[in-house]
Ligand binder design. Structure first.
Ligand code: NAD
Length: 274
């Protein structure tokens, strides 16, 4: 009994969170997005704000859209972009939103469907019709119909453009939570739409991050990046996701469409020797 206790104590010591730092490399800003007008939904904070910041540094004209005006305003002034209030669950507001966004930006070249929520229902029995519908309408339906409106105009004007969805590593995994289902659907949407519009020069891709520092996950927000389940033993930084997003929107990715770039260091690979 005593020996068991000692072993447990030692194991607990080993398991104790280690403080980690992320060593991130960036490509030097090189005007990769000059001339591009980009909308980022959910851009007030988290991954959306990091992408907006990166896109501005690369010369893009960016508009962030989200629900909370005070957050948008603060981020927009820090990053140097424009903002508009938008609830992506309110599909009926999209026409007015896009009209205003076009006025603010002078046109739309890229749309980043980033707004999303995860309600983290602890068990299958905690999922309710309300939590189910909310995640479907924000993570999946909103991006679908906003993209439909944006692409419709590109097609009518014979304009090229690029749409980026922020999916998740969960889009590649089984799940009992609606959050996971929404990301599987996003991946399907990306591939289906990419194929549909490829010959018109409209590219549609996704970035699928692993667990990344954000308010949504609550991971790493206290500065402790330790995360045992990620391959590097740490959570990812929003800036790492932003770097990949930036590449996918740039002309350097001109031959890439219908791809879901998973940013989790091969965690999703179903290796035989796992
Ligand atoms: P976050 O909670 O920090 O940011 C989400 C943003 O979306 C917020 O600005 C929020 O206000 C906005 N939003 C939520 N509902 C909205 C609505 N109805 N209308 C408009 N805006 C709305 O979380 P995050 O981690 O930055 O998430 C951004 C995206 O990244 C999400 O789609 C999420 O699923 C995805 N993602 C995140 C992680 C992660 O570990 N953080 C991993 C994989 C994928």
């Amino acid at each position: 009994m005593k020996l068991k206790k000692t072993i447990k104590a030692v194991l607990n010591l080993v398991k104790r969170p280690i403080r980690l730092e992320a060593n991130i490399s960036y490509l030097s800003p090189s005007n990769r997005l000059v001339g591009k007008n980009i909308i980022v939904t959910g851009g007030g904070r988290g991954l959306g704000a990091a992408m907006a910041e990166r896109f501005v540094k690369e010369g893009a004209c960016v508009l962030i859209a989200g629900r909370t005006e005070s957050t948008l305003k603060e981020t927009a002034s820090r990053v140097g972009c424009k903002y508009l209030v938008l609830d992506v669950a309110d599909v009926n507001s999209f026409d007015a939103f896009l009209r205003e966004a076009k006025q603010e930006l002078g046109g739309i070249d890229c749309l980043v469907n980033n707004a999303g929520i995860s309600l983290h229902e602890p068990t299958f029995f905690d999922v309710t019709p309300e939590t189910f519908d909310k995640q479907i309408s924000i993570n999946m339906k909103g991006g679908y119909f906003l993209t439909q409106k944006v692409i419709k105009e590109w097609v009518e004007k014979e304009q090229i453009g690029s749409v980026l969805f922020i999916s998740s590593e969960t889009g590649d995994m089984m799940d009992f939570r609606p959050y996971g289902f929404t990301k599987v659907a996003v991946n399907s949407m990306v591939q289906g739409l990419a194929y549909l519009f490829a010959k018109r020069g409209i590219r549609i891709n996704a970035v699928a991050p692993g667990v990344t520092v954000s308010d949504m996950t609550g991971q790493g927000t206290d500065g402790n990046l330790y995360h045992k389940k990620n391959m590097l033993g740490r959570v990812y930084m929003p800036e790492e996701v932003a770097e990949t997003a930036c590449f996918l929107l740039s002309e350097a990715a001109g031959c890439i469409s219908g791809q879901i770039i998973t940013c989790n260091n091969a965690k999703s690979i179903n290796a035989r020797w796992k």
